[in-house]
Design a protein around this ligand. Structure first.
Ligand code: CA
Length: 249
């Protein structure tokens, strides 16, 4: 795969940026660093079924990136025409989190460590940007990806009022890294996450790691789509080099 200059030029044009200077990588967790989306979908589907709310396992892939509260509200509005109360959210999200921990163990995505190492080599700040509040995975990060994210370089569901697809999580991440949108790239696997990063003005690298087709990611605003995290990790050095070298004349 060759990375064409047009990808970068059309992004610059669209955003009215003169050039890009990637200093920070804003990185999603579920489906990007961890092969966890199947388990999340199963846990949500189990919860919905127990509540007597009709759902499909597949729909939860599309909600990926939403906060737990937001996903619960989709289910509640479908079944009861109302949002869940804060007590219901607390209780039911805890139940979903428990089901998730009972599922087969989640593995780091092949290529994820290679990607994180590359960002380190080129002195790019690494910030985690997740809609998840699932402590079981957040707590594992440092074991699976040692030193990749210091605690103040993480944006989780606790740090934001509005989750993805709202741009707030990525705006918060840029504040933490002290960079502007033209100095950032985002790594995402889900349409809502891509929307969120794009709305924040960030060059968004999307990766197809689940059942969602690349067209959905392009429609959501991805600047480039890779077909796996392994491919993403291999191509990033070329992409970042090109980003530094191309500017609008
Ligand atoms: Ca994700």
């Amino acid at each position: 795969m060759e990375i064409s200059e047009d990808i970068i030029l059309s992004f610059l044009r669209r955003r009215h940026y003169k050039c890009l200077q990637p200093l920070a990588a804003l990185i999603d967790m579920d489906g990007t660093l961890y092969d966890s989306m199947g388990n999340h979908a199963d846990a949500w589907h189990r919860l919905a079924t127990e509540l007597g709310i009709e759902s499909t396992r597949e729909e939860f892939f599309l909600y990926e990136g939403r906060t737990g509260a937001s996903t619960l509200n989709i289910l509640f509005n479908r079944a009861y025409n109302r949002d869940a109360t804060s007590q219901e959210i607390e209780e039911l999200y805890a139940r979903k989190a428990t089901y998730f921990t009972q599922m087969p163990s989640v593995k780091p995505m092949p290529g994820a460590m290679q990607m994180l190492d590359f960002f380190k080599e080129v002195y790019m700040r690494r910030v985690l940007v997740t809609g998840s509040g699932q402590r079981s995975l957040i707590d594992r990060l440092d074991r699976d990806f040692p030193g990749a994210f210091t605690p103040h370089m993480m944006v989780t569901s606790r740090d934001v009022k509005c989750g993805k697809p709202h741009p707030e999580p990525f705006i918060k991440a840029m504040e933490k890294a002290r960079v502007r949108p033209s100095q950032s790239i985002a790594i995402e696997n889900a349409p809502l996450g891509v929307k969120s990063a794009s709305a924040a003005g960030v060059f968004t690298v999307a990766v197809t790691t689940g059942p969602i087709p690349r067209e959905e990611l392009e429609k959501a605003g991805a600047a480039i789509v890779f077909e796996s995290m392994t491919q993403c990790a291999e191509m990033l050095p070329h992409l970042v080099l090109k980003m530094f070298n191309i500017s609008m004349s």
